[in-house]
Design a protein around this ligand. Sequence first.
Ligand code: ATP
Length: 889
Amino acid sequence: MKLVEMDKDQLQSAFNVDAKKGLSHQEAKKRLKQYGHNELAEGEKQSALLLFFNQFKDFMVLILLAATLVSGLLGEYIDAIAIIMIVLVNGFLGFFQERKAEKSLSALKEMAAPQMMVQRDGLWTKIQAKDCVPGDIVKFASGDRIGADIRITKAHSLEAEESALTGESLPVVKSSDVMKKESAGIGDQVNMAFMGTLVTRGSGEGVVVATGMKTAMGQIADLLQNAHSQQTPLQIRLEQLGKILIVAALFLTLLVVGIGVLQGNNLYTMVLAGVSLAVAAIPEGLPAIVTVALSLGVQRMIRKNAIVRKLPAVETLGCASVICSDKTGTMTENKMMVTRLWVGGRDWTVSGKGFEPAGEFECMQGPSDDTEVRQLLTYGILCNNAELKLKKKNYYIEGDPTEGAMLVAAMKKGIDRQLQFENYQLLKEFPFESERKLMSVMVKDANGRQFIVTKGAPDVLLGRCSSVQMNGRNQRMDEKMVHGIMASTERMAEQALRTIAVAFKSVPANTAILDEGDAECDLVFLGLQGMMDPPRAEVAQAVQECRDAGIKTVMITGDHMVTAKAIGEKLGIYHQGDRVVSGAELDKMSEDELSDIVDETSVFARVSPEHKLKIVSAFQGRGHIVAMTGDGVNDAPAIKAADIGIAMGISGTDVAKETSALILLDDNFATIKAAIKEGRNIYENIRKFIRYLLASNVGEILVMLFAMIIGLPLPLLPIQILWVNLVTDGLPAMALGLDKPEENVMKRPPRHPKEGVFARGLGWKVISRGFLIGSATLLAFMTVYKSNPDNLQYAQTVAFATLVLAQLIHVFDCRSEKSIFSRNPFGNMYLVWAVVSSIVLMVIALYYPPLQQVFHTVSIAPRDWLLILGMASIPTFLLAGTFYVSKSK
Ligand code: ATP
């Protein structure tokens, strides 16, 4: 028998599973072994060996190796071996850096991997989709990406978009009905949900019938293109810059070699020196260090609960000038508690703590009969899917917290959920949708009477009511009544309460209720529930920090305008004179009109997800870089359109997560701020080591060039240049990538996205520092060489030590945009250790006889260290001094 033709019992026996309990953990484990993980086979990865050899395919490195071969043939064995060793160590370093970057990126992918809701041993649990097995009973709802092939057994207004399989982008209505005969097309199998397709509406349940490569998706897996890794704009720009630098370095190297030969230097030595210089001067390690800095930054973000899904977002974060954030759950705790009721013309207060089902009801107009209160609460849980759970003496809600609050309120009155299930039979459900702002059910009570219960936003629901129940009797809904109810709603909203209204109507058994339009009309208004959702403690401060950093926070919510404004005010988002714009107003505004007022608007209330797109483009039209949060399917277009799309990790649907660039693991607004701060810091750190590496390279080239021009012998030997490149440049540059942010990182306006790498004086710093490092090294060399022209090796050793020390002092200057004195030198201990180890290694190379032979060094007399230190300090301290002089003027 075909899957689509099976009824529930046949499915149960075919897959040997109890539909009420699901598989046992043991059985699931067994099946996982039998069927393998629920994964599609991946494309080939670059092997480690290939990655290693790739490190040597650089043109200059190949030339260097060829030159080394020549020097080996000429009998310069020590030089040849030393150079090969250095090239190898460099290669290994590059290899490990790239491996690390690759590994941390794939770890990220894993964290953002899809999950599924399955029933195991009678309990619903969220598992990684890859651990799901055939026979699993699964649940899914709007926004989920289906993780396996599923035969649907329950469906409420279920629709799925199957374009990944069928190419058809219009959603298909799904049902649990048994099909009479199997249809050939995937699109026609309406009681099947396929792996990789999206639930666009409603919810459902089903049995997993195929996993991994056995799914319909698995069969076409080869056709799926593999996601290729993305480069950030900075990486692309650096790649272009790298090419320019190669040409410049080659040109200068040729100049050095040419002048050197003309000045009478040995051709072979000059060629080797030239090639070494080119290898040292071309920052071929830069892209790898940038990748490492990015991926380490990304890991720091994970520790702060932000997962970066798209690497370019790391940079864009630093440019963000507007954050549009959802309110519920992101700025508030999403721990709702009903504190006020309005029913039958009376107001009631409800006491209690959190989700604990204990509290008192008190009528504000004096002692009163509570029959209608009981009715309001009962209907509130009929149209409700939340469940209250207890874990380690803590109550928590499974499902929608708004519904949870209504459930707890009913329980406080002793209204038992279980009893309701026995008394009322659920016939139909029209799930809550942010667009409608309503949810309805059709139920049958113990006496066989059918009726509809609808709950939702009061202003919306009022429009669907033709009467109101007062003291047990229905009255016509006239204008006065509408105003009265709206005034009660606003009174609750002014106290920052979220309001939900409840209404109902009886439906004779023969009435056709086909869709929500039939259900949600001509209703009897019953009452209101007002619930408190406390703002998260850390949000107000985060909003303030963003403000200091030139970033505007905008609240976007489906809640009532007055509620939204009250909370916005508490959090410092709304300020006197700001505009609060409603969804209805947005509908009426043209793009241009919205663009005119968007800068003064800080709260958008009663909006639907589709409004978000309009808001994003309005801000973008004003030149802003926009971060936008979202969780549902309908938020996806806005998340995609935003410069930084942010999805909620807990409440977010798969669709929202997949389109996002950043996922907040804790759904918390403060995490966005932390990510922006980290984004700014990563960019600054990259600038820091670019500055360091390039200034060092400029210094290295200039010392050689100047020496050749003046007619001096070579101040540095090839092997010494390579050493500087490897030991002095590499380690400290890495450490700069790990630097902490400067204090002012969140005190200045966002960076312009088009800003070049060398903006804000970086280019000048590279050239001026490089010039001074080169000149100071040459000066040290000349001083020693002039006083003792017979001992060239000694002068070269002094030049080598000066160059190394000048760079190692300069590296501390690179930590700040201002000056070396503005930061504690011990603030970055990685850097301190990198510098200490570079110095120790240099001292060994200078004084340890076997290495003296390799590096052609000689022991430096103590008195010359004063000269070296003095010269090495000039480049950094001279300019730091001029900075202070110019500041104090
Ligand atoms: P956010 O602030 O994150 O945008 P929100 O929770 O404020 O989200 P929605 O979830 O769209 O926005 O809710 C809008 C309104 O719909 C609420 O103010 C409430 O009146 C009503 N509402 C919310 N949840 C439900 C529900 N489960 N059933 C019926 N009505 C609901």
